[in-house]
Write a protein that binds this ligand. Structure first.
Ligand code: 6GU
Length: 235
């Protein structure tokens, strides 16, 4: 009898620029994991679902104002097709108005079977699509992008590195609960002396408890200086 494996993690990205994802998805740890079929990614061209002969995906905003709005028909066509192919994976719209993307949300999404990401361009998508066809709205930070595509890549990277088998060394995941409550300690490699700058002596001591303590102190000092709000109980 063949071995029964968990259905693979699937990510479907809806975008008007599918080519944006080509090189990132074929490079490095992510490229290798896709090759190994630990998860799969499909980029769906929203334009393919346009309903007019010019394949229009955007239009002027009702009420006037700057910029263009993504039309509902192509988006909903793409979302309904995604639902047909991938069942009830959560549909996430990437927008600066969304819930902030942090490590706990990455962990939660990594525990599921995958998700569908909707990348908006222009001023965003028609509000009726958000209301009727989107489960979650997520923002990657308080800054403005030209579109959701870079945000989709960031989410994909942060989530898929948590999937079993993606990282060579699972310890880096264990340490990460530490690294999101606090900044990381400084790292050094050879040579021991570089242009007059020496690696801290403690790292040659071979005394693991001492090294551990030094790293904790360094991390704490760095966090107090740069991100003191991380040390507050309820952030
Ligand atoms: Cl998730 N999308 C877009 N389009 N802009 C953003 C963002 C997301 N997060 C910050 N700016």
């Amino acid at each position: 009898m063949s071995e029964q494996t968990k259905s693979p993690f699937h990510i479907n990205i809806l975008t008007i620029f599918p080519e944006f994802f080509e090189s990132p998805l074929s490079t490095g740890v992510i490229g290798k994991a896709i090759e190994k079929e630990i998860f799969s990614v499909e980029c769906t061209d929203i334009r393919a679902f346009a309903t007019d002969k010019h394949q229009t995906t955007d239009d002027l905003p009702y009420g006037g104002g700057a910029g263009m709005v993504m039309k509902p028909e192509p988006l909903v066509g793409a979302l309904e097709s995604a639902r047909q192919n991938h069942g009830d994976l959560p549909r996430i719209y990437l927008t600066p108005q969304g819930e902030p993307f942090r490590q706990p949300l990455a962990r939660k999404l990594a525990e599921g079977d995958g998700f569908i990401l909707v990348c908006g361009r222009y001023e965003g998508i028609d509000a009726r699509v958000r209301e009727g066809w989107i489960d979650h709205e997520v923002s990657i930070g308080d800054f403005v992008l030209t579109g959701g595509e870079p945000a989709a890549l960031i989410m994909l990277d942060a989530i898929t590195r948590l999937l079993p088998g993606v990282l060579g060394n699972p310890e880096s995941i264990v340490e990460e609960s530490f690294s999101t409550d606090m900044l990381d300690y400084p790292h050094y490699t050879r040579p021991r002396s570089f242009r007059g700058m020496d690696v801290p002596e403690v790292l040659f001591s071979g005394h693991h408890a001492k090294i551990e303590q030094w790293r904790r102190e360094q991390a704490l000092k760095m966090t107090e200086q740069r991100r003191p709000e991380l040390l507050k109980k309820d952030k």
